[in-house]
Ligand binder design. Structure first.
Ligand code: URA
Ligand code: CA
Length: 433
């Protein structure tokens, strides 16, 4: 009855007591509240919102019942990074090993895909053998061996977020400032890092597309983190088109490995540099932007970031053959090409259309727990601002389906071609905190 009272109160616009929120989440994790009632509560929160005290209580409730690793006690500065989610957002797979290669310990709890946004855990699962359900002791071991660790929520780590996250993915309750803020900060509490760098996406492909609301999300998370004793800064980055070229799980792992091997991938490379630089600055504020940038470029140029990624992946069980030869990552048997129907410039690549094409092709979930096709996704051949001639490839759909015409139609509809090149867009829209 407590959950129904909470739904009714929230629907009437009332604030809940922290204790009520804590009990609700722990009852849900323990199986005492069914999915449909939790979904009703989440939907009501998504509509009515929550105040700062409620959001902080929800973040704490997500981490409660699990362990609190005090990774900040290990001597080295331990930092953390999280993105609010976007399409083709491969940044973590680049920025985390770069920062680790520069001597900063990065401990990151990632999530699965949410709606059209891919999730780091789903991407990494395409690497055979790589384990992403580490226990507390393993987190410490891997961090010591590799200088970085990436794992998911578990019974031991942020169990409340694990349970509600999977439900939100398939109940259209992702697009909510307090729910996203509590989910992200709750995961961070489990690790107890000293500093957090947030990549808050803004633009059509972000979970919160509206720029003013994205700024509010950034502010909410920075205040929430700092109130809980975690130093925090947010970078607002562009999600008006997919990031880089690859959208889809194994495709994005391959793309990240190519950046780590020194290739330049437009959009992804620049944003990864900024985020890695912020991670260095969060560990050592006196470093200065310029020196941080130099270290980031050096880690990529020297191969140190690539080596760090390989060492880390092996420490979490990855098959060494796959790491040595990314061609062994899952790869789709079918490729269908979207071609330009005229010449001109690419004016728009709608990230929602590309994200849903990838999801329909098998890269994301429509129901909870659905198996993914790790090979599925979209590879962009052209990005906003690129010139194109009639008949040239704009994108390639990778899939294993008998008939993927629905996904192909979405990918084709993503592109707007124009007579003039569009105005250049910034990749970084500002900082909060
Ligand atoms: N990332 C998370 O971890 N949680 C959200 O709710 C959104 C993005
Ligand atoms: Ca990408």
């Amino acid at each position: 009855a407590r959950i129904l009272a909470a739904v009714t109160a929230k629907r009437a616009g009332l604030a809940l007591e922290p204790g009520e929120i804590a009990a609700l989440v722990s009852d849900y994790v323990a199986g005492r509240v069914p999915d449909y009632q939790m979904a009703a509560w989440l939907a009501t929160v998504a509509c009515r919102g929550m105040n700062a005290a409620e959001t902080a209580a929800l973040a704490r409730a997500y981490a409660a019942g699990g362990r609190r690793l005090r990774l900040g006690d290990t001597g080295r500065p331990v930092v953390d990074k999280h993105s609010t989610g976007g399409v083709g957002d491969t940044v973590s797979l680049v920025a985390v090993p770069v920062a680790a290669a520069c001597g900063v310990a990065v401990a990151k709890m990632s999530g699965r895909g949410l709606g059209i946004a891919g999730g780091t855990l789903d991407k990494l699962e395409s690497v055979r053998g790589l384990r992403l359900d580490l226990g507390a002791l393993e987190v410490r071991r891997v961090l010591g061996e590799a200088g970085m660790v990436i794992t998911g929520q578990s019974d031991e780590l942020a169990p409340g977020d694990r349970a509600t996250y999977a439900l939100r993915d398939v109940t259209a309750t992702v697009d909510s400032v307090p729910l996203i803020a509590a989910s992200i900060i709750g995961k961070k509490l489990a690790f107890g890092a000293r500093a957090l760098t947030l990549d808050v996406k803004t633009g059509a492909g972000a979970l919160i597309p509206d720029h003013a609301r994205a700024v509010r999300l950034a502010r909410t998370m920075v205040d929430l983190a700092e109130g809980l004793g975690l130093r925090c800064r947010a970078v607002l980055t562009d999600m008006s088109q997919p990031l880089g070229h690859a959208v889809g799980n194994a495709l994005e792992v391959k793309e990240a490995l190519s950046v780590l091997r020194g290739e330049h991938v437009p959009g992804l490379s620049e944003v990864s540099h900024v985020l890695a630089g912020q991670l260095l600055l969060s560990a050592e504020p006196g470093l200065g932007e310029e020196e941080a940038g130099r270290r980031v470029r050096r880690a990529l140029r020297s191969g140190a970031a690539h080596e760090t990624f390989l060492r880390w992946a092996r420490a979490q069980g990855a098959d060494a053959r796959v790491l040595a030869d990314p061609g062994l990552l899952p790869s789709a048997p079918r490729r269908q090409v979207v071609r330009a129907d005229r010449s001109g410039w690419v004016a728009e690549v709608d990230p929602r259309a590309i994200g849903s094409a990838a999801l329909l092709a098998g890269a994301g979930r429509l129901v909870r727990g659905a198996a993914l096709d790790h090979a599925a996704g979209v590879v962009l051949r052209r990005r906003v601002g690129d010139p194109v001639s009639a008949g040239e490839a704009l994108a390639e759909l990778h899939h294993t389906r008998e008939d993927a015409s629905d996904a192909l139609a979405r990918a084709a509809a993503a592109f707007t071609l124009a007579d003039e090149p569009p105005a250049a867009r910034p990749l970084v829209h500002g900082f909060v905190g």
